[in-house]
Design a protein around this ligand. Structure first.
Ligand SMILES: Nc1ncnc2c1ncn2[C@@H]1O[C@H](COP(=O)(O)OP(=O)(O)OP(=O)(O)O)[C@@H](O)[C@H]1O
Ligand SMILES: Cc1cn([C@H]2C[C@H](O)[C@@H](COP(=O)(O)O)O2)c(=O)[nH]c1=O
Length: 208
């Protein structure tokens, strides 16, 4: 495929959306065909799955059901949106992808990263981003940010305890060690401008 697939990852409130919006504006200003999207979601079917997964009323959701729903949303999003954009040569910037499933369901929920990777291999057919930016933030900092952020609805995953969010961060850092070439860790506790400058520099390096 002609396009470039880039993902951004991180615990809650890491600043992914904020930085992604600025990156998109900068790339569009340069005339680059850029497609911002997100997981779970990005297209109608996956947005419907998102609302089931993140609904605070769905307290009974089993951990494997949760992992399978994320993988199902991922499959549909890839087929309907990401792959067609890649085929036309776009730069696809996706807010979360498979590393979220590995860190949240695999590590923090305790399903096992290998098990979660294997259901995702079926969903993605092995498709992986060429670059992943991991916005690293301590959970207490990220959670405080989202609670202060007007209009950001608190979802079922946000309501997990601090130890769950600490495991999420630990999972991400483990992944970054295992895949040091693909996953670049950015200290997201820095001011927004510094985070943006580091992110755009890394992204511009992988553009054709
Ligand atoms: N570097 C930063 N320093 C301080 N505040 C920040 C920084 N980056 C983003 N914020 C603020 O933190 C809040 C959360 O940011 P944002 O929505 O971009 O995070 P996110 O990673 O997309 O969160 P989530 O995935 O949990 O929805 C926003 O109010 C945003 O303005
Ligand atoms: C893709 C994906 C996401 N999650 C979690 C991470 C967040 O808690 C929510 C998504 O909300 P956001 O505000 O859009 O970041 O879902 C997950 O647990 N597993 C996944 O694969």
């Amino acid at each position: 495929m002609k396009g470039v697939f880039i993902t951004v990852e991180g615990p809650e409130g890491a600043g992914k959306t904020t930085i992604l919006n600025r990156v998109v504006m900068q790339l569009k200003d340069k005339g680059i065909d850029v497609l911002p999207t997100r997981e779970p979601g990005g297209i109608a079917i996956a947005e419907q799955i998102r609302s089931v997964i993140l609904n605070k009323e769905n307290k009974a959701m089993d951990a494997r059901t949760e992992a399978l729903l994320y993988a199902a949303a991922r499959r549909q999003h890839l087929m309907e949106k990401v792959i067609p954009a890649m085929e036309r040569g776009a730069v696809v910037l996706c807010d979360r992808f498979i590393d979220s499933s590995l860190a949240y369901q695999g590590h923090a929920r305790g399903l096992g990263m290998d098990e979660v990777a294997s259901i995702n291999a079926f969903a993605t057919d092995g498709m992986m981003p060429s670059l992943t930016l991991l916005f690293d933030v301590r959970p207490e900092v990220g959670l405080q940010r989202i609670h202060q952020h007007d209009g950001r609805e608190v979802n079922r995953l946000d309501l997990e305890g601090l130890s769950f969010h600490e495991k999420v961060r630990e999972g991400y850092l483990l992944l970054a060690k295992q895949e040091a070439k693909r996953i670049i860790v950015i200290d997201a506790e820095q001011d927004e401008e510094s985070v943006f400058q580091q992110a755009i520099k890394k992204i511009e390096k992988v553009l054709p």
